[in-house]
Design a protein around this ligand. Structure first.
Ligand code: ACM
Length: 603
């Protein structure tokens, strides 16, 4: 009898029995499927036929060697795999999502060669019985295609790799100060002007180093429909993010009337947090409602990202017209005077209502929370854990994505040749130790409720939601791949892998003690190195080797901006500080450094 870990699966399934032995799947073997699971069975058949050079023949389920069947009694997204010594391979799935996950697990069971695009068998599968289901329903990864445009085929490849780790949400960060990447027919300047910048900053903005090389690109709506369909075929939902009312310089360069200053500018060429936020006018609202109408038409996700992060109100304070608008809208501070900072939450709330009216739910970063935010909005907690706990307590569903833990653009090691080291040190072990809702936040002291937060949340996830006691649900967790310093698919591979594999296990597998040095952490590292990195090698992923970068992965002379997690936690606590703080107008400070003209959170 082998031990379950000997299969080397990542993420580790909930329950596995491995009696030993293996079976061969022959050329011409039959594959039968319940019609509801056909997309998953078809995907598995195609990748398997390619990798092992054989043909699997669609046939009736009672005459097939491989069967995909619907089964009752499994939790949502769950599946079972039974590889019998007789050679029968039976997949049972609760639903299509479960079948997609089962297909990915079957691919892993076939060994690293299953990740090649050509080969000549044989295809051997271990005899196994497993029952598996996800811990969280939202297992996300954000890909920033705004700071650096990523060609479509690399986005498709990224989706393949996310799906290979049983992640099921790709948040596509499509717009930012440095580029607008989604075609909007009504507003062609968004891509004609907003998709291009004349040069880029190299490394941290603090050195002022620019490359003098134009950069840009965008996806047509046909491209995006293809991306959505490709992801759907792999069990991944693409959540588009249109970031407002900050991070909008590219849109303002295209349509200056959207901006607070109203003067013509160019698409931003530096990183960091811009003060050039939207004019929170009726005109801006109408513009972005029209943008969202096209986005809603292209993307079929139940969730639409509206951003809402990092919105310095500095220019609003300086504008008597905008102060007057805050007053007219009744946005007043404790002192009874107009409070322009509240226009941030007000603006996002209005667009969230537009998304709701279309039958979808908005997703916002935690700073966009306000008493005006509709309760159906999903809050992504990025500045720390406390914002997510507060959102749960206020009744919002939450995705935990704290920058202290799961920002994969942050440096993965302390190797002297680490390329452009920015952010906090987050090793593979650090990411593996991440717990989306740590014990410190179990029961907020000022909110006496009958059930502790974690217990309630876990119950809700396993029973697919329902009673709330006024609290929101922890939908899951999301890793972030911001690309200020990742200017190619190769750099994205380096930052993302293998840490995304560690993250995937946190998001999928049952809760466990994964702290550094724990038995689980040591076991995972061994499994990763011996069994999973060979899969990534076979696929052609240029991940960061555990010992540090290959010489060709270094970026000599390009300066990063490392941050110190212990020092920042000492100041910000579990809440974190985020990339800036509003001190009432004197200056907006980046964390960990002096106030520059253009503060920057990301390096
Ligand atoms: C963020 O990192 N500004 C969401």
């Amino acid at each position: 009898m082998l031990r379950p870990g000997d299969l080397g699966l990542v993420p580790e399934p909930a329950s596995t029995q491995v009696p030993g032995g293996s079976v061969l799947l022959a050329d011409g073997a039959g594959i039968g499927t319940d019609p509801a699971l056909r997309p998953a069975a078809r995907w598995w058949r195609r990748v398997t036929e390619e990798a092992f050079g054989l043909d699997l023949v669609p046939s009736a389920t009672d005459r097939s060697s491989v069967v995909f069947a619907l089964a009752r009694g499994l939790p949502a997204g769950g599946y079972g795999i039974d590889v019998r010594p007789t050679g029968l391979v039976r997949v049972e799935a609760a639903d299509l999502a479960g079948a997609h996950s089962a297909a990915q697990t079957l691919r892993q069971l076939a060994g690293p060669d299953a990740y090649r695009r050509s080969g000549t068998g044989p295809l051997a599968l271990p005899v196994v019985r497993m029952v598996d289901h996800p811990r969280f329903e939202w297992r996300g990864v954000l890909l920033d295609v705004a700071r650096h445009f990523l060609p479509k085929h690399d986005v498709l490849r990224f989706i393949d790799l996310a799906a290979a780790h049983r992640l099921n949400v790709l948040q596509l960060h499509l717009t930012d100060d440095q580029g607008w990447r989604v075609q909007i027919h009504r507003y062609p300047e968004l891509t004609r002007t907003g998709a291009w910048r004349h040069e880029s900053t190299v490394g941290t903005w603090r050195t002022g180093s620019k490359d003098g090389r134009p950069h840009g690109g965008f996806y047509t709506q046909d491209d995006l429909r293809e991306i959505v369909g490709y992801a759907r075929d792999r069990g991944v939902t693409v959540v588009p993010e249109i970031d407002v009312p900050g991070h909008v310089e590219a849109a303002v360069a295209a349509y200056p009337e959207l901006g607070t200053r109203k003067d013509r500018s160019a698409v931003r060429t530096t990183w960091g947090i811009s003060q050039d936020v939207l004019d929170p006018s009726e005109g801006s609202l109408a513009f972005f409602r029209h943008v969202l109408d096209e986005v809603l038409d292209v993307f079929d996700a139940p969730w639409i990202g509206l951003g809402g992060d990092e919105v310095p109100p500095t220019l609003w304070r300086e504008s008597p017209r905008i102060v007057e608008r805050a007053k007219a809208l009744g946005l007043l501070g404790d002192d009874g005077r107009p409070d322009v900072a509240q226009l941030h939450g007000w603006f996002v709330a209005r667009l969230a209502e537009h998304v709701s009216d279309a039958g979808r739910r908005a997703v916002v970063w935690d700073e966009a929370m306000s008493p005006m935010l509709p309760r159906d909005v999903i809050v992504t907690s990025w500045r720390g854990y406390a914002q997510g706990a507060a959102a749960l307590d206020a009744g919002y569903d939450v995705v935990m994505a704290p920058e202290q833990a799961v920002y994969l653009d942050h440096r993965a090691g302390e190797h002297p040749a680490e390329p452009i080291p920015v952010g906090f040190l987050r090793t593979v072990e650090d990411v593996y130790a991440f717990e989306p809702l740590p014990a410190q936040l179990v029961a907020p002291s000022d909110a006496p409720r009958s059930a502790p937060l974690v217990e309630l949340v876990e119950t809700q996830v396993s029973t697919s939601g329902g009673a709330t006691n006024g609290r929101g649900r922890l939908l899951g967790t999301q890793a972030q791949v911001w690309t200020e310093h990742l200017d190619s698919a190769r750099r994205i591979d380096y930052a993302t892998f293998p840490r995304l594999a560690a993250f995937a296990e946190v998001a999928w597998s049952p809760r466990a003690d994964r702290t550094q040095g724990s038995a689980a952490s040591k076991e995972f590292l061994g499994r990763l190195e011996r069994r999973h990195l060979p899969r990534l090698d076979a696929y052609g992923v240029e991940y960061r080797p555990l010992a540090g970068p290959h010489p060709w992965q270094t970026r000599p002379g390009v300066q990063g901006y490392p941050r110190d997690l212990a020092a920042e936690t000492a100041v910000g606590g579990w809440a974190g500080l985020g990339g800036w703080r509003d001190d009432g107008g004197a200056e907006n400070l980046p964390v960990g450094g002096p106030a520059p003209e253009t503060p920057e959170g990301d390096g």
